[in-house]
Design a protein around this ligand. Structure first.
Ligand SMILES: [Zn+2]
Length: 121
């Protein structure tokens, strides 16, 4: 998926699950569901999800949930320094999948998880 900085708070609103996001290279994406949050690109899960847990018992009780979680932040370990929950990413899907090239008047369909900016062949 294209890289685009989205602040943690923006993942609640306005770019929460199902929202359309336009990243810096002009690609539009949809924020995917929570099933694959707290995972790395290789599919491995977070080391310790409890770090993201937020306990707000009154709100949890009124909404009938156990707890809340913060969206994961992206961390890179420094040299020789182990960092917990490093390289966690959030899933985004390309939308729309069809791209129109105004240079050659062609429509091309891309995969939902295609990466990078569209280039004219
Ligand atoms: Zn083209």
């Amino acid at each position: 998926m294209p890289k685009g900085p989205i602040r943690r708070a923006q993942l609640i609103a306005p770019f929460g699950v199902g929202a359309m996001v336009m990243v810096t290279d002009g690609t539009s994406l949809i924020t995917a569901g929570l099933d694959h949050w707290y995972e790395r690109e290789d599919g491995s899960e977070a080391d310790d999800k409890s770090e993201f847990r937020v306990d707000e018992w009154r709100l949890a009780q009124s909404l009938g949930v156990e707890h809340f979680r913060l969206p994961p932040d992206f961390r890179k370990p420094n040299k020789g320094d182990g960092v917990l929950n490093a390289y966690l990413t959030l899933p985004f899907l390309r939308f729309p999948q069809w791209h129109f090239c105004s240079a050659c008047d062609r429509l091309e369909k891309f995969h939902l998880i295609a990466r990078g900016k569209v280039k004219c062949p």
